[in-house]
Design a protein around this ligand. Structure first.
Ligand code: GDP
Ligand code: K
Ligand code: MG
Length: 299
């Protein structure tokens, strides 16, 4: 980010359909792995703030669950509602698109972004994927016409390409004002929340087509004892079969999930971590609004 002289501070929504690289972008900007990422759509379920303060500029990024096609499930309604809400009351919108693919869902997000009054930046992500068919490129001119006031920036969120420029453009568009958060605060989320998300990420990454989308993770214990942080996580699934899949043959899979989550937790919390995982069946929660609330989802 550039030092613009005055104190600046504001909210920056990162929007786009699932899998364009929104969470990867946030992590790279923050230089920390906060938001979980995977090849699966709907990896991100919650809005989360990522705060970056550099010199006089504080940018408060909002990572959103991607706007996606509606179906009847309560969880999907919750995710879409939060993604749409993220567009209101922000100072800058970063609309992330994937240079290799334009879909109906991108179109849907575009239609919402066109209503945004404030500054919009279009980040054309995955610039590193030169080998892929560049199906998107002919559309860029068209996209520029659809968003005549937007600045278009090619980036690679994965490799950090052109993110300096993107951050500079963000900083220039933030309003003047005092910072909302202390300089060293990087998120609004608790350590418990981040720990639960890391476990969820490993499950999403380990499981293929048989993936139970409806899993959720609760942290039952989070306690520092001397040099060791003890974390107990409960993995809730919908069906007995999903429990078997997560545990794997002779417990191999749950072991791997635990090892990988623990590694990330040790970096994030800067401590040795003892991680215990349990899997439990909880019937039908993803279609039940009340169960969503009892599991701590926020509206
Ligand atoms: P989100 O659903 O928009 O938050 O997308 P994620 O950040 O979870 O990323 C989806 C997938 O795209 C992951 O497998 C990422 O590693 C991958 N990805 C994200 N950014 C890039 C990029 O710049 N280049 C490439 N090649 N892959 C990327
Ligand atoms: K994803
Ligand atoms: Mg995401």
């Amino acid at each position: 980010m550039t030092d613009t002289g005055e104190f600046r501070c504001g909210y920056v929504a990162i929007v786009g359909r699932p899998n364009v690289g929104k969470s990867t972008l946030l992590n790279h900007i923050l230089g920390q792995k906060l938001a979980i990422t995977s090849r699966k759509p709907q990896t991100t379920r919650h809005n989360m703030l990522g705060i970056k303060t550099e010199g006089n500029v504080q940018a408060i990024y909002v990572d959103t669950p991607g706007l996606h096609k509606q179906n009847d499930k309560a969880l999907n309604r919750y995710m879409n509602k939060n993604a749409a809400a993220a567009l209101k009351d922000v100072d800058v919108v970063i609309f992330v698109v994937d240079r290799t693919r334009w879909t109906e869902e991108d179109q849907m997000v575009l239609e919402r972004v066109q209503f945004v009054r404030g500054p919009v930046l279009v980040a054309v992500n995955k610039a590193d994927r030169l080998d892929d068919k560049t199906e998107m490129l002919p559309h860029l001119e068209w996209l520029a016409q659809q968003l005549p006031n937007a600045e278009i920036v090619p980036i690679s969120a994965l490799q950090g390409k052109n993110l300096d420029l993107l951050e500079k453009l963000v900083a220039e568009r933030l309003p003047e004002g005092e910072h909302f958060f202390p300089e060293d605060q990087i998120t609004d989320r608790s350590s418990r929340f981040l720990a639960a998300e890391l476990v969820r990420e490993k499950i999403m990454r380990q499981l293929g087509a048989e993936l139970p989308y409806q899993i959720t993770v609760e942290i039952e214990e989070f306690k520092q004892e001397g040099r060791i942080l003890h974390i107990h996580a409960l993995i809730l699934v919908e069906r007995e079969g999903q429990k078997k899949i997560i545990i794997g043959e002779k417990g191999e899979r749950i072991k791997r999930i635990g090892q990988e989550a623990r590694k990330d937790m040790e970096v994030l919390f800067d401590s040795k971590v003892m991680l215990n995982l349990w899997v439990k069946v909880k019937g039908g929660w993803s279609d039940d609004e009340r169960a969503l609330h009892s599991l701590g989802y926020r509206e």
